[in-house]
Write a protein that binds this ligand. Structure first.
Ligand SMILES: [Zn+2]
Ligand SMILES: [Zn+2]
Length: 436
């Protein structure tokens, strides 16, 4: 790589500033006057040639194409020999065309930061925005970032400061509660096809990057479906993702805003994140179990067997402010019949006879929890995913210590059936869904 002199570096810096300002051209005289201390314009020509050689070596367009003679409005005599010397094809093109080509390339180039970095300058040329963190924001898997700025950079991308980035408008607020430092992000995003508004927020992150503060907070309460992403940390511990929350307008006042947790997981891989809704697994299980208790005919569908093909995802319903995936009781009945009305952990486990149907009592349990439905492209409410358990084993799985062994056993038995229904999951992933 060519070595530039101190003067050439100063000229490169001025040329980069000119690019940043979107100036089409700069005259020899102007450029000479911008260098500190100013130089005679006769010293510009040869030196900007060297800058262009470095540009070429870095794979960038030639900056000296910007510099023109005040009276002729053309580049200096040295420019075309320079193109030839670098091996840039010139045949069949006029000098004016070649010059125009370079000017266009200079304007369109998005990699000027490479020259800035190479020369150790601080011009602030635009840099590529890093890709959003491909990891799910999952409350069960701590993010582990030590500084709020790392949370921002790694989870939401670098271009913060309230700028729009791929459909995001972000604001942030920090506060303390119960000894924990909270940071809350308000992304502009669409939930259920409705865009959340964050226009009421003007927030900044300080230049040091460590402090996030609310700024200009009149009109602070965000109307409509106000969604926030919450991270928290205790003392010098890393940040944890706390989940996705939605404003609870019934409980909120001017001074205090209440939020309801609606999701433990958000996937930021898209420009508009997907929220994985939080579902009260136990409650929905119990609803199904009590439903089955009322069932007179406990008969499976005629000649029922696993159909070995994926089913479409059921449409979620909202009940009591929660998102719930409906469960088909017929499928639960089919599954219990398929298991022969015995506990699948051990068919010898004691049970009793159902009051109405006269069948042996076991409870249906969705092995891959329905709360994870939004992670799967196929229905989880299929017989292949519903196991038959005695009351004790069912409670053991939900509330007991050592449920890992039970789950491993059920997984080993169901692995193939799950796969045939399009539910692809490893044992490790399954255990994670149970906090194991
Ligand atoms: Zn269950
Ligand atoms: Zn059992």
């Amino acid at each position: 790589m060519i070595q530039l002199t101190a003067l050439q570096i100063k000229l490169a810096e001025q040329l980069l500033l000119s690019v940043k300002k979107n100036e089409r051209n700069v005259t020899y005289k102007e450029l000479a006057g911008r260098v500190n201390p100013p130089i005679h314009h006769r010293h510009v020509g040869k030196n900007i040639g060297q800058v262009s050689i470095l540009c070429h070596e870095l794979g960038l367009p030639l900056l000296s194409a910007k510099v023109i003679n005040q009276s002729t409005h053309t580049v200096g005599d040295g420019f075309y020999p320079l193109l030839k010397m670098m091996g840039i094809p010139t045949e069949g093109k006029t000098e004016a065309e070649l010059c125009k080509e370079q000017i266009k390339a200079i304007r369109e180039c998005t990699e000027w930061y490479k020259l800035e970095d190479y020369l150790g300058l601080n011009v602030g040329m635009p840099r590529p925005v890093p890709k959003l963190d491909p990891k799910l924001l999952d409350a069960k898997r701590p993010q582990g970032y030590l500084r709020s700025v790392d949370v921002l950079n790694n989870c939401f991308g670098n271009e913060y400061l309230g700028k729009t980035y791929e459909g995001w408008m972000r604001g942030a607020i920090a506060f303390q509660s119960g000894g924990e430092d909270y940071s809350v992000w308000f992304p502009k995003l669409a939930v259920n096809g409705k865009a959340a508004s964050s226009s009421g927020w003007i927030n900044i992150i300080s230049s040091g990057g460590s402090l996030i503060e609310e700024f200009g907070s009149e009109n602070t309460f965000i109307p409509d479906n106000n969604i926030v992403f919450v991270f928290a940390k205790q003392g010098s511990e890393p940040y944890f993702f706390k989940g996705v929350f939605r404003a609870d307008f019934d409980r909120s006042t001017e001074e205090h805003h209440y939020y309801l947790k609606i999701a433990d997981i958000a996937d930021l891989r898209g420009a508009v994140p997907t929220i994985y809704y939080y579902i009260d697994e136990d409650r929905v299980d119990n609803d199904l179990i009590s439903d089955l208790g009322k069932e007179d005919s406990f008969v499976p569908a005629d000649g029922f067997d696993y159909n070995g093909k994926p089913e479409p995802v059921p449409k979620p319903l909202t009940t009591g402010g929660r998102i719930v995936y409906p469960r088909d009781r017929r499928r639960a009945i089919n599954a219990l019949a398929h298991a022969g009305y015995v506990c699948e952990i051990d068919p010898q486990h004691p049970t009793f006879i159902r009051k109405k149907s006269g069948k042996q009592y076991t409870e249906p349990h969705h092995l891959v929890p329905m709360s994870q439905q939004s992670r799967f492209p196929v229905s989880l409410d299929v017989e292949e995913n519903i196991v038959s358990l005695c009351s004790t084993c069912h409670n053991h799985i939900h509330y007991g210590k050592g449920s890992e062994e039970l789950l491993k056993k059920l997984y080993a038995v169901r692995k193939e059936a799950l796969r045939s229904a399009g539910i692809n999951i490893t044992e490790e992933e399954l255990l994670l869904f149970y906090d194991l």
